[in-house]
Structures are given as structure tokens and as C-alpha cells.
Design a protein around this ligand. Structure first.
Ligand SMILES: Nc1ncnc2c1ncn2[C@@H]1O[C@H](COP(=O)(O)OP(=O)(O)OP(=O)(O)O)[C@@H](O)[C@H]1O
Ligand SMILES: O=C(O)[C@H](O)[C@@H](O)[C@H](O)[C@H](O)CO
Length: 166
């Protein structure tokens, strides 16, 4: 299996779906939230969005993990901009992306119901403003988050079973 990045805005379900997919596919899982330098976590906790400069060294760690797990692994990582995904592909060329797509309403409701997370709900609008969806030449798929985690996992597995180059 090729390495997979489960991407999307904060609260789209990256950590939940990523962990479930890794379990289903029996490959290692890493949450990019755990790779952020403490300064990034502190900044988001203050309600300030990260910028390109903040994300650059973090994305380098994300890419390194994916390169090491070239034979299979799932990483949950926002990967909001095309150039962030290009940076990741620069070190892990085989990577595929799964974009978790949801409306601001659905995702805001999930964030509101999630206790004790460092990411304030106030940053959701900047996450949507920053998000650049997958482009046609990028290797990836999009699934809607308005369904159960099991259904999303099954949806991905079904898509991949139709794809010989999985
Ligand atoms: N398909 C789903 N159906 C219902 N609830 C979900 C679904 N996916 C995730 N959730 C819930 O929504 C909340 C956000 O999910 P999660 O923390 O996995 O998102 P995330 O994208 O990793 O967020 P962040 O990037 O901010 O860490 C959690 O409380 C999670 O349990
Ligand atoms: O690129 C970003 O702005 C960050 O990765 C955020 O998306 C958070 O890490 C994450 O989503 C936590 O809630």
C-alpha cells in the first residue's frame, strides 16, 4: 500500500478517520498534530492561525514520516494548500491524499462537541479560507464527512479496490 495523508480542515475528522483507516489497512498511523513544534501549538491555542513559515518545518517532519513509511502508513495532516502537498510529495513522491470534505456547519458542530482540544473553534473560518482542494493532477480522492466513520473507511477501501495502483 502507498502512504496516505488524510487531510482537511480542523475538525473534519482527520485523526478519527486516519486512525480507523490505519487499523483497517493494518499499517502504522501518525497524527501530524503530534509533530507540531510547541510554538505552533501555543500560537493556535492563542487563536492565531499558522502561516507558511510556521508550517514549513512541521511539513518537513510530516514528509519524513511518510518517506519512511513508503510501504504503507496513514498520516492525518491538514495539508491545506497545494504548495504544502507539493512539499510533502517532494520527499515522499508516492503519497496519496484523502480529502475529508464537509460543510462549515457540519464541521463547526463537531468541533463544538469536542471537548479539550487546543484548536479554538474561532480558527475554523481561517482553515476554510486557507483550504485549497485537491487539483485534478493530484493523486487523491475526496469523501464527504457527513456519514459515519465506518462508512468513510469503507468508502475509501472500496475506491482503492477499484484502483490497481493502490
Ligand atoms: N464521521 C464522523 N461522524 C461523527 N463524528 C465524527 C466523525 N468524524 C469525526 N467525528 C468527531 O468530530 C470531532 C473532530 O474529529 P477529529 O478530531 O478526528 O478531527 P480532526 O480533523 O483531526 O481535527 P483537528 O485537526 O482539529 O485535530 C471529534 O469529536 C470526532 O469524534
Ligand atoms: O495547518 C494547520 O493550520 C494545522 O495543522 C491545523 O489544521 C491543526 O494542526 C489541526 O487541524 C489541529 O486542530
Amino acid at each position: 500500500m502507498r502512504p496516505l495523508v488524510v487531510m482537511g480542515v480542523s475538525g473534519s475528522g482527520k485523526s478519527t478517520v486516519g486512525a480507523a483507516l490505519a487499523q483497517r489497512l493494518r499499517v502504522p498511523f501518525e497524527d501530524a498534530d503530534d509533530l507540531h513544534p510547541s510554538a505552533n501549538i501555543a500560537k493556535m491555542s492563542r487563536g492565531e492561525p499558522l502561516d507558511d513559515h510556521d508550517r514549513f518545518p512541521w511539513l518537513a517532519l510530516v514528509g519524513e514520516w511518510l518517506a519512511v513509511h513508503e510501504d504503507g502508513g496513514v498520516m492525518s495532516c491538514s495539508a491545506l494548500k497545494r504548495k504544502y502537498r507539493d512539499q510533502i510529495r517532494g520527499v515522499a513522491p508516492n503519497v496519496r491524499f484523502l480529502l475529508l470534505h464537509g460543510t462549515p456547519e457540519v464541521i463547526a458542530a463537531r468541533q463544538a462537541a469536542r471537548p479539550g482540544h487546543f484548536m479554538p473553534a474561532s480558527l475554523l473560518s481561517s482553515q476554510f479560507a486557507t483550504l485549497e482542494p485537491l487539483e485534478p493532477d493530484e493523486d487523491g480522492v475526496v469523501l464527504d464527512v457527513d456519514q459515519s466513520v465506518d462508512a468513510i473507511v469503507q468508502g475509501y477501501v472500496d475506491l482503492m479496490s477499484r484502483n490497481e495502483d493502490r
